[in-house]
Design a protein around this ligand. Structure first.
Ligand SMILES: NC(=O)c1ccc[n+]([C@@H]2O[C@H](COP(=O)([O-])OP(=O)(O)OC[C@H]3O[C@@H](n4cnc5c(N)ncnc54)[C@H](O)[C@@H]3O)[C@@H](O)[C@H]2O)c1
Length: 447
């Protein structure tokens, strides 16, 4: 391992929600020898105070981001705010002379992406793009197989991603993600992981994007009952979509389940009506991408599926590989809290409903043109996004990278920009009905 730091890295975090808790754990529990938490910023300052109380830290608390940068001059700013604020938070931190570690997605529009890439160059600071999926053993192995020539040059990829309709998937339509201006829709907030993987596996640069998207399941007109939030909804008894995630006497337990070591979720809207008028993101999407060297990606994302997972097939000039992941286990705090009731109020499903466990292993099936098929088995690490979080914290917080990174597993601003570029271009294509050419906007990014 390369070791770089001599003093502790002074870290500040903006957006103190679910994901910030993982980073705080990374700083104060995994890497306290080389990093320290000096600042916390959230519009809701209670959430910052809760962190100090729960982790025994004395980080300064701010509602004003500019003030935090000016007063603390942190070495590293960790961006865990909603995606619609990423550009502002990243650009300001870089221009203030700080390095940045940002959660995916980098940002939500092509303009944002170009501005961030320019800000990184201008400032001379470094942006660490936290694409943790790349570190999942199965995803790294697919990259290793491709770079090793197992299927030749990839020429087409079919990637189909499913979100479960009642738990984690539905949660995107119950929180801020349901609004395009805050999340960029699922093609940005969720698919940024998937487009990054596709770019990385294809080992190429996307050039043309065409997208289709519809609201077929969530959003206005898809449920007989509409309210503001389940917790205040007059239709709670009758609605099959009622969820009790915000019932007051459960908040403490729920908070723990969600990863908050604090009492109560604190004024957080996570039970907004998934059929309300604010829902302006599609739930059914299909995207085609043409890459510079001619490779083609067919991608689809659907949020009305009974389970969560993917189907992947990559065809190369010398063979094909296939993989399938089924994450049927509901996330604690979401699916187990969800209940489906009949018209008489009787609980039909949910809350303790039996669920399957995560499989212990996943496989890649490789079919070379010359030679026999074979299967590669990889462990399924259930914690920390397949173990990816630990590697990301080690790199971003402790500056510890492996001696050799033959797979280029650590992502930078340009990888983040290309991933957002596909999602943002697909969103634009959905509106215009036309394909979007990413060049010349992205030409600078590869120079
Ligand atoms: N890598 C992963 O696997 C992964 C997993 C979950 C979330 N994320 C990403 O992490 C980020 C945060 O997601 P989350 O689930 O923690 O969200 P969250 O809703 O739990 O937390 C967001 C926090 O940001 C605060 N906030 C909103 N606007 C702000 C502003 N202008 N300035 C300061 N604070 C503001 C909110 O009050 C809230 O506390 C998102 O970009 C999300 O996509 C990544």
């Amino acid at each position: 391992m390369k070791q770089a730091m001599s003093k502790r890295k002074r870290c500040a975090i903006v957006g103190i929600g679910n994901r910030a808790h993982s980073w705080v754990g990374g700083i104060v529990e995994r890497h306290p020898d080389v990093s320290e938490l000096v600042g916390l910023c959230d519009l809701n300052q209670d959430r910052c105070h809760d962190i100090n109380a729960a982790y025994g830290t004395q980080a300064a608390v701010f509602a004003d981001y500019d003030r935090m940068l000016a007063e603390l001059h942190p070495d590293l700013v960790v961006v865990t705010s909603p995606e619609g604020f990423h550009r502002e938070h990243i650009e300001k931190a870089l221009d203030a002379g700080c390095d940045v570690a940002t959660e995916k997605p980098l940002c939500i529009t092509l303009d944002d992406a170009a501005a961030i890439v320019a800000a990184e160059k201008r400032s001379g600071r470094k942006l660490f793009m936290a694409f943790n999926y790349r570190h999942i053993p199965l995803c790294s192995k697919i990259r290793e197989l491709i770079l090793g020539g197992a299927i030749g040059r990839p020429v087409s990829m079919d990637l189909t991603w499913y979100l479960d309709y009642k738990g984690h998937g539905a949660s995107y339509f119950r929180r801020w993600h349901r609004m395009m201006k805050l999340s960029g829709g699922l093609l940005v907030t969720k698919a940024s992981h998937h487009f990054d993987l596709a770019n990385w596996w294809m080992d190429d640069v996307p050039e043309v994007v065409y997208g289709q998207g519809r609201q077929n399941f969530f959003g206005p007109g898809h449920n007989p009952f509409v309210g503001e939030r389940c917790s205040t909804c007059p239709h709670a008894k009758a609605c099959a979509w009622y969820t009790d995630v915000c019932v007051v006497d459960r908040t403490e337990k729920l908070s723990q389940e969600l990863g908050y070591r604090v009492k109560g979720v604190r004024n957080y809207v996570n039970d907004a009506c998934p059929f309300g008028p604010e829902v302006d993101i599609p739930d059914t999407m299909s995207v085609q991408v043409r890459y510079r060297n001619g490779g083609l990606l067919n991608y689809s994302l659907n949020a009305s599926v009974p389970y969560e997972g993917w189907n992947l097939a990559i065809n190369g000039t010398k063979g094909r590989l296939e993989s399938k992941i089924t994450d049927n286990k509901p996330s604690p705090g979401w699916q187990e809290r969800f209940q489906i009731t009949g018209p008489d109020g009787r609980v039909l499903k949910g809350k303790g409903y039996a669920v399957t466990d995560w499989p212990a292993e996943y496989g890649v099936h490789v079919m070379p043109h010359a030679g026999d098929d074979y299967e590669v088995r990889l462990p399924n690490i259930a914690e920390g996004h397949g173990g990816g979080d630990w590697k990301i914290f080690e790199a971003a917080l402790a500056d510890r990278y492996p001696e050799s990174d033959a797979l280029s597993v650590f992502a930078n601003a340009v990888s983040g920009a290309f991933s957002t570029a596909i999602g943002a271009a697909a969103n634009a294509s959905i509106l215009s009905g036309e394909p979007v050419h990413l060049t010349p906007i992205t030409t600078d990014w590869t120079n």
